[in-house]
Structures are given as C-alpha cells and as structure tokens.
Design a protein. Structure first.
Length: 348
C-alpha cells in the first residue's frame, strides 16, 4: 500500500511539469485524496465514544503530513452546508504511534465539533500541519493540571511517555463534572497501574465544589513548587493556575481583557459581500460574519494563526485580548479576537 501511494505521488510530480491549468494533484485527489500534494487531507478510519458527549476520531493523514510533537494541535476542516468550516483540536495520540494514524478527541458541542463527532469512517477531512509549542516535558518532576477536554494534549504526552517506557515523576490533577465525564478514564487508570511514577488525582466538581487555588493544590500535591507545570482546560481553571511559576499553558480560547463598562458596537458592513449586521461591541467579528452568512476564512479562532485577518476599510475595532483600539484604514485585524467599537467596515 505504501509503495503504491509513493508511486502515485511521484507520477503526480512528474506530470505537473506538463499539465495545465490545474496541477495533476487536483486530479489525483479526486481518485486518491491521500496522495494529493496541493492539499492535506485525512481519512476517518474510526470513531469511538469516550464519554456520552466526547468522541475520538482516528485519522489517516495524507501525503504532506509531518509527524507531530506530543502536545501540539492541528486545524481540521469539513464541509457543512456547502462551506468548509475549520476548528483547532489537540492531537490526543502518542507521537510514536506506528500505524500512520493520529487521533483527535472532540466534545459534541458547537456545529463543527458536533459534525465531527458524527463523522463516518471513510469520509475525508482537511488538515493543517501540527502547530504549537505546548511540547513534551523533557523529564524531571512534572505536574499536569487539566479540566474537561483540556486533557487531550496531556493524553498525547502520557501516551508518548508510556510508549517510550520513560514516565517521569508526574503528578496529575484532573477536574471533571462527574465520574462519567472523565475522558480516557480507563486508560488513565491503566497507565497509573503500569507506571508507578504517574499519580492521578481526579476531582469531581459535582461532589467537591472547592475551587482550584494554592491551598487546594497544597493538599493534592504538597511538593508542587518543585515541579514544572503543564495546564490545559477551561478559562476559569487556567486563570486560577497563574500563581504557579514554572508554568506552560494551552488555551482553547484567547484570554480576554476585562470588558469596557460602556462598550458599544454599531453597524458592521462586509463590503465585498454587501452584507450588514449589528454588533453589541463584545461579540468577535468572526461570529458576526458567520451569523450574517458571510464566508470568512478562519482557523484557530483564538488569535494565533492569522487565517482570519481582514482589512479594516473604515471605523474602529477593539482587540478583545488587550483592549487596544484599531482605527487606521488599511489595517489588518484578526476578526476572531476583535469586536466592533462603533460602526465598522471590513473588506470581506
């Protein structure tokens, strides 16, 4: 199978010297999507339930795939109502998986994640290459703090450590609402049983309503001050861990500055689409565009990838992360993390 795929890829490269106007990769992609070189696709090999609301997709990436580092994330796109919608997901599989597949683990919340959770084996998705510097600890004494689906990049790290038989001295505090909501529960217990260096504390918020804080961490991990910490989860948890000094954080949403008390929006005009909408001054312009039916390119939705950058042609926007106002025509603004600050026109 691998030799046949490589042959198709090589033939496509050679034919590209003479074929016009489309590259041969476009034609190859119609027959063998994983062999295409102009785009990176993945075939869904399987979908399995982790909890009632969470599913893991096993994906086989195509020709342009590059191996990931445990902890990294990718952009995943699929067609919904005739448009490609893209979201960012952490890779949950080991970096040393040897069957050519990767996994992502998604909660069935929101339009894209819900569609992914119900994807059918044999269907195809578009992929971005692995990104992010939330990388594998190099050893030493480690603390993981996670909540909900924030466990996914940490699971990639745990699986990698386990596969390499290189588990460090690692304490893990994980928050979930109920025992049923603990993603990878059985596997976490198996890892703890097979690797004495890994110790897991699961905190169920339905039974223990104490918030994460320094005093609570003192109880769970008395030597936390001697450990390097990796944390991923909901914003409330990540805001609470900032007292830790040696800290690495992975966020699913950009951290926002406090809202202006008198923040007001206005009319938003998408010039190229000839569509107008009303903004409340707090909702990201990307959401405003999508709700108005404007097809806006996007990726991470948290101000990292710059896929959503759009040209400001008139008016003023506010960066929700910093509170900074941008009002110079011609400026490029990240519409996933900017809101209208009065009337706005964008070249979309």
């Amino acid at each position: 199978m691998r030799s046949a795929t490589l042959l198709w890829a090589r033939l496509a490269d050679i034919a590209g010297l003479v074929a016009t106007p489309l590259s041969p990769s476009h034609y190859v992609g119609l027959i063998r999507p994983l062999s295409a070189s102009h785009t990176l696709q993945a075939r869904v090999e399987g979908v399995s339930k982790e909890t009632p609301e969470v599913s893991t997709l096993t994906l086989r990436p195509g020709r342009r795939w590059q191996a990931h580092v445990a902890g990294q994330h990718i952009r995943v796109g699929l067609a919904i109502d005739g448009r490609i919608a893209t979201r960012t997901y952490s890779i949950s599989s080991s970096a040393d998986r040897d069957d050519g597949c990767i996994t992502i683990t998604v909660s069935a919340q929101g339009r894209v994640s819900n569609a992914l959770a119900h994807a059918k084996p044999g269907s195809y998705l578009t992929l971005g290459l692995p990104e992010g510097d939330f990388g594998l600890p190099s050893g030493g004494r480690v603390l993981f703090v996670s909540g909900g689906s924030g466990i996914t990049p940490l699971m990639s790290m745990l699986r990698t450590f386990a596969a390499r038989q290189a588990m460090p001295d690692l304490m893990h505090v994980h928050y979930a609402r109920t025992a049923e909501d603990v993603i990878f529960a059985d596997e976490l217990r198996d890892i703890a049983g097979a690797h004495p260096g890994y110790r897991l504390h699961v905190v169920l918020s339905s039974h223990d309503r104490r918030r994460f804080c320094r005093e609570r961490l003192d109880e769970l991990v008395p030597d936390w001050g001697t450990r390097e910490t990796w944390a991923c989860g909901p914003a409330s948890l990540l805001d609470a861990v900032t007292f830790i000094n040696a800290l690495h954080i992975e966020r699913f949403m950009a951290a926002h500055a406090p809202a202006e008390p008198n923040a007001s929006g206005g009319h938003v005009r998408f010039r190229s689409s000839r569509v107008s909408a009303i903004s409340d001054g707090r909702t990201p312009l990307l959401r405003i565009a999508e709700d108005a039916g404007v097809s806006a390119p996007h990726g991470c939705r948290m101000g990292i990838c710059h896929t959503c950058d759009a040209t400001l042609t008139a008016g003023c926007v506010r960066d929700l992360r910093t509170g900074q106002r941008i009002d110079e025509p011609g400026s490029r603004v990240q519409i996933c993390v900017c809101a209208a600050a009065g009337d706005v026109e964008l070249a979309l």
